[in-house]
Design a protein around this ligand. Sequence first.
Ligand SMILES: Cc1ncc(COP(=O)(O)O)c(C=O)c1O
Length: 351
Amino acid sequence: MEPALAIRQAAAEAAMAGHSHYTQVSGTLALRQAVGRALLRDQGLAYTPDQIVISAGAKHALFNAFSCLLDPGDEAILPAPYWVSYPEQIKLAGGRAVVVPSSAEDGYKLTPAKLEQALGPKSRLLVLNSPNNPSGAVYTEQELRALVAIAVERDLTIVSDEVYQQVVYPPARHVSPASLSQAAFEATVVVSGVSKSYAMTGWRIGYLASPDPQLAKAASALQSQVTGNPTAVAQRAAEVAFGLPKEATAGQLAAFTRRRAAVLEACSAVAGARITPPDGAFYGFVDLEGCLQRWHETSTDAFCQRLLAEYGVAVVPGSAFGAPGAIRFSFAVADQVLAEALGRLVEALSR
Ligand SMILES: Cc1ncc(COP(=O)(O)O)c(C=O)c1O
């Protein structure tokens, strides 16, 4: 059966079988076991079910992690470009995001030297997101080892958002920082979910996994007062998704690979636009510093508004991600829509 159908059928069967009651706050045992098996299968990470908390999406799992780990005034090292919700969630948790910028020259990655520079007496955690939204950067094992060594030495907790772990373009490959050593395992909170890997954004199932027994307990206690368990029927659907073999998502990856090639080809045709080929995720992230003067604009915010109004193409200004000179657009859209949008974007940027 087609993977998407198997997932839907599991949910339909669960609904018809009367799975309409509360589950354990941290998710059903069956789902936590399925997540544990997937983490072991994909990354060699061994967690017990009581070290895993299922939440309403990776976003909710991240919020739980920041809320439980940060005390007022604690600092979280946040490499830019970053996903939009990190700084806001860190703020909501009473922490302070210490943003560390990067550029196309660094491949939009945090370097050990920049990490060292950003550290201070209040540093409490490091946010890593590989593959990255918005840049598509994927850290190599070697790069991660250097960052993790510093984090371990400085007693930081690593919050590793791996929600795009299945969307990686070879030869790049996904490595979890938690997999690098026992010390790295202990220092890392892994966050992921079904949204991106199984195209299940609306089901709202994510998780955190941590060997720190206090963290899973605290996240569950927090969740019990705020949302309770995630939807029972969606949990059953996610259980099936996490059990799918890797080949089940091969069709999706092939489509993204095709669209990625179209994006790279289109952007390479524009003088002054600089695209760093994404090693993962499904976003085009383009530095427009060399193009904006043709639009008589100094910011990509204004450019994005005009692009939407004049060309009907929606892209997100880099200011949302802590990288104001760039724009981001998603290529998780049908090939024809993408082709039309790319045509208009190239026309706009080339004028
Ligand atoms: C980097 C990153 N983390 C987390 C999320 C949230 O995932 P979920 O839909 O599981 O809440 C997103 C969604 O766009 C994302 O890009």
